[in-house]
Write a protein that binds this ligand. Sequence first.
Ligand code: ATP
Length: 233
Amino acid sequence: MLELKDVTAHYGTSQALFGITLDLQAGQVATLLGRNGMGKTTTINAIMGIVKASGGSIRFDGQDVTTMPSFRTANLGLGLVPEGRQIFPNLSLRENLIATASNHLGLPDPWTVEKVYALFPELEARAASMGNLLSGGEQQMLAIGRALMTNPKLLVLDEATEGLAPLVRKRIWEALTAIRQQGMSILLVDKNLADLMKIADRHYIIQRGKVAWSGTSDQLNGDPEIRHRYLEF
Ligand code: ATP
């Protein structure tokens, strides 16, 4: 479904990605791991077309998206839950959801506001509240709901549980597990390794703009040396 080969990216003259190679099969959950500043967000932004890859190739759902701008990758079925949520502050929660509804023509069972409320019942009670009056946890659930309303084939989440209370984090993982059970493909950046290991099929550790290690949750769990070398702070 998603295949990156030797992807490089630059910010001006400064190189951030030095050849990222990874793939994700349909229905799989994969993570990008690594310490701060190693290139996880840049990799996600290159996939989405927010940062333009300077070399290598990115294929999604059978198409070359290497240089495709983000509005087109979104139409192809890449749904991003961005770092920092980016909720519309002056729209109500419900309006925030409706604002991103798209890609539903011809789909047998498209995402609707009601389906998002079924996934996150706590959002329904806050439907009329303005985006800027929602709690951090509600905003994060809304950000996921907004991405789902685009009917993505691949849901991409950048630090979706960052700064949230444990109970809210638990709700997010439960929802992602439920979506995954419905067959959604998911690419995640997150720091909560214990939670990630429960949900993910495959992990990619990014170190200075390259994939330094990849493997399954069992392999990562059984290898304290890898965790110590690349992930502990
Ligand atoms: P974090 O967990 O801190 O978000 P990350 O692994 O997602 O880290 P990136 O944000 O992708 O890392 O950053 C990779 C490198 O690119 C870093 O050296 C960072 O300083 C640099 N970088 C990121 N964004 C920009 C930008 N807008 N302009 C210039 N350099 C940037």
